[in-house]
Design a protein around this ligand. Structure first.
Ligand code: PMP
Length: 324
């Protein structure tokens, strides 16, 4: 049996979809356009965008990546994404062959070349070609590639009705082994948990820390609301320092809603008034059931709805323009 299909958003494991040109493009250009991939300094046709079987990104998951959104012709929080990519690379002693500004320019250029004004960007840095051993010193030239594509979103009604989750038995990697704060190409920990979700027929699942407390989901950060306060596990618990998470924390502060970064057991989720997830692809999505238990009154709560609406406003009002 294999798992080639997904009902959940493209982040971080969904299929890259052919780019649909932005509505602003002339029809002729739109019809004639093929998908162009940025690969090591060049924009190449999708069929020509190839990486060696000796690349350690493929052989060992030795590399780092980002998933980024473009909304209304603007790349959302691009600077933050590139900074996180640089931190991930630094953590694994990988020298990205492009400067911060060059990464920004290459990302924007890839969107522009594909006419992607609303979509999803995958930016990947692999360790590069080496031999069959682990030694990263045998890989002198890291590869950088960027894919700008359409995004497969959760169906709109899930934002009205909310998601059901399970708690996965696969524990999140310990930060002492592989820090979940490093957004590396090694996502097997998350994929094993995702397989549990697929078997349970739910779109996402909660992963616990090695100590059995809530960390995050397979591809999203988690929040609960209790007595008007928003709780979310701290980055030090061993989670990805989500860009959407940070944006939502800022929005909550702006709304005067207290946010507490704290560890909590899954019981806290069961008894919460509200629960929601955040992620680049999911944005902010309400959760109404966990392990068969109804959260709150079983409907997306007022705080969740308010923050979702504020988040959508934010995506309309900021970002790095794709077209000058
Ligand atoms: N946790 C994990 C494990 C993820 O893969 C993601 C998606 N990148 C997130 C959280 C959410 O992070 P962000 O908001 O930056 O997409």
């Amino acid at each position: 049996m294999c798992y080639n299909r997904s009902t959940s958003p493209a982040e971080p494991s969904g299929p890259p979809v052919r780019a649909q040109p932005h509505a602003g493009w002339p029809t002729g250009a739109r019809l004639a356009m093929a998908q162009l991939i940025y690969l090591d300094g060049e924009l190449v046709e999708r069929d020509q965008a190839k990486i060696s079987v000796f690349d350690h990104g493929l052989l060992y998951g030795d590399g780092v990546f980002e998933g980024i959104r473009v909304y209304h012709g603007r790349v959302f929080r691009l600077d933050e994404h590139i900074k996180r990519l640089e931190r991930s690379a630094r953590a694994i002693m990988l020298d990205i062959p492009l400067s911060h500004e060059e990464l920004v320019a290459a990302t924007v250029e890839t969107c522009r070349a594909n006419g992607v004004g609303d979509g999803y960007i995958r930016l990947v840095v692999t360790r590069g070609v080496g031999d069959l051993g682990l030694d990263p010193r045998k890989c002198p030239k890291p590869s950088v590639f960027i894919i700008a594509a359409n995004i497969q979103l959760y169906p709109a009604e899930l934002y009205e009705l909310g998601l059901s989750l399970i708690t996965c038995s696969t524990r999140r990697n310990s930060p002492a082994s592989l820090d979940p704060g490093i957004k590396s190409l090694n996502y097997l920990n998350n994929i094993l948990a995702k397989i549990e979700c697929i078997h349970a027929d739910v779109p996402e699942g909660i992963m616990l820390t090695q100590a059995g407390l809530v960390s995050e989901c397979t591809g999203d950060n988690i929040f609960v609301v209790r007595d008007g306060k928003v709780l979310t596990p701290p980055v030090a618990a061993g989670i990805l320092d989500g860009i959407t998470r940070a944006a939502v924390i800022e929005l909550a502060a702006d709304e005067g809603i207290p946010v507490v970064e704290t560890l909590f057991p899954v019981t806290e989720v069961y008894v919460a008034d509200e629960c929601f997830l955040t992620g680049t692809a999911a944005e902010l999505v309400p959760v109404v059931q966990v392990d068969g238990r109804t959260i709150g009154d079983g409907k997306p709560g007022a705080v969740t709805r308010r923050l979702l609406s504020r988040f959508r406003d934010l995506t309309r009002s900021e970002g790095t323009p794709v077209h000058e």
